[in-house]
Design a protein around this ligand. Sequence first.
Ligand code: BTN
Length: 249
Amino acid sequence: MELYGIKRKAPVFFQECVDSTNTRIKQLAAQGAPDGTVYIAAAQSAGRGRKGRAFLSPPGGLYLSMLLRPGCRADEALSITPSAAVAVCRAVKAVCGLGCGIKWPNDVVIGGKKLCGILTEASSDKNGLFLVLGIGVNLNTEKFPEELRPVAVSVFLHSGKKTEPEDLARELIGQLDGVYAGWQADKNAFLEEYRALCVNTGREVLADGRPAKALGIADDYSLLVEYPDGTKANIAYGEVSVRGLYGYV
Ligand code: BTN
């Protein structure tokens, strides 16, 4: 199958506007779509974010979901999402020339604001676990609604340059295919790269609502924090606010 010049085994579907590319991939999964199937949209009318939030998806972004049938248990697949964040950073660097960071656990950020969000949804069918890895990148957005302005950024707002969504899609699919193959061989293959990109390390955070210092990323991708009384904790899931990044200034 060829899309935008990439040859790969699994198909790539494109629609100008869909409700949610994650929803479309789930529908395709129910019809038996193979591992690696990709769905791309230029806009979404009902983009979904983490924690039941909406993900604003106007034209000019890249909204992409990939179906993964990793052949492992759900608890063994947790590191796929941070590994995908590494793939996004690589793709944005290659196509837009911008160095991004990762705000734990898997927001891609630049200049202290969110450039890309990732939502992984897990389900199973008769073939076992499948994951829908959904990635939304703010590319050419010129103006966000007022409430998002302090926290969201696009490649255009950061650099003044427009990017063809197709160019980023082509690079990102290639990076995701490579990261997925590397991850299947070694679930921690991208841990060092993730650590190097993580913007939380060494910064003050609010962890479980309490101020703490982020010491780094543990081998299971949890965030290791130290509270002012010297106690340490591994934050395994959820969100921390980082001083100087959106939400905790
Ligand atoms: C988040 O930051 O809360 C995650 C946002 C994930 C958005 C992407 S866009 C492509 C895919 N389709 C969706 O409905 N959501 C994901």
